[in-house]
Design a protein around this ligand. Structure first.
Ligand SMILES: Cc1cc2nc3c(=O)[nH]c(=O)nc-3n(C[C@H](O)[C@H](O)[C@H](O)COP(=O)(O)OP(=O)(O)OC[C@H]3O[C@@H](n4cnc5c(N)ncnc54)[C@H](O)[C@@H]3O)c2cc1C
Length: 186
């Protein structure tokens, strides 16, 4: 299962919810050209999180992606940041409403069941310090594929087999990102 941060199925299947989540809000807006990625920290800027500002180009147009990961109302923190004089001076358009999304910071208590493995954000597999989940989504998907191949080979897709093969039964990166135990914060 790889359906990201909806958690309807996880709840329905009795797998629980991520141990911790945090809020995000992000906009992309026309802006003065820049080649600097910025990170901003501080309790007033983004409690328990940070603000990022990433320059990019869409065709000939320079744009900025500005986002917040924070406890509480990430949208309000983002709005406050965008109206700072040093930030708003660089913007060349109206940022519009942000895209808001939850980020899991800790995995589900259980990410396997009969005929089921949960990967990526759906399993809560991210780096807890930054919420970055692309690497862990790919890693858990790859481990799930290996596990399922073994399961098909052994004619077993039951919970006991999937738990043993996908978690404690593997070594190295698999152990640091084992199902049901969560990813190491490396
Ligand atoms: C604002 C923001 C910035 C981020 N920046 C970074 C970053 O810089 N670096 C980083 O590593 N991570 C970052 N992340 C986290 C990263 O985006 C996620 O951890 C990663 O995309 C998770 O991958 P995933 O495949 O589990 O889920 P997703 O990429 O969300 O993909 C899930 C897919 O499943 C589909 N889906 C959902 N439900 C169903 C269903 N019922 N049936 C079929 N399909 C379904 C969805 O449409 C979607 O295409 C960021 C997240 C946010 C919110």
């Amino acid at each position: 299962m790889a359906c990201a941060v909806r958690y309807r199925f996880e709840r329905g299947l009795g797998l629980g919810l991520p141990g911790q989540v945090i809020h995000t809000a992000q906009v992309e807006v026309d802006a003065a050209p820049s080649d600097t990625v910025e990170l901003h920290f501080g309790r007033r800027v983004a409690p328990d999180g940070f603000v990022w500002s990433v320059p990019l180009r869409r065709g000939e147009q320079s744009r900025l992606k500005v986002g917040v990961m924070a406890r509480g109302d990430a949208g309000a923190h983002l709005e406050r940041f965008l109206t700072r004089p040093d930030v708003s001076a660089r913007l060349l358009g109206d940022p519009g409403p942000p895209t808001r999304r939850l980020l899991p910071l800790r995995p589900l208590a259980k990410t396997y069941a009969d005929r089921l493995l949960v990967v990526g954000d759906a399993g809560g597999f991210t780096k807890p310090t930054t919420g970055g989940g692309i690497f862990y989504s790919l890693l858990t998907a790859s481990l799930a594929a290996d596990t399922l191949l073994e399961g098909f080979g052994a004619g077993r897709l039951d919970e006991e087999f999937l738990e043993a093969t996908s978690g404690a039964g593997r070594s190295g990166s698999a152990r640091s990102c084992g199902w049901g135990t969560g990813c190491a914060s490396s």
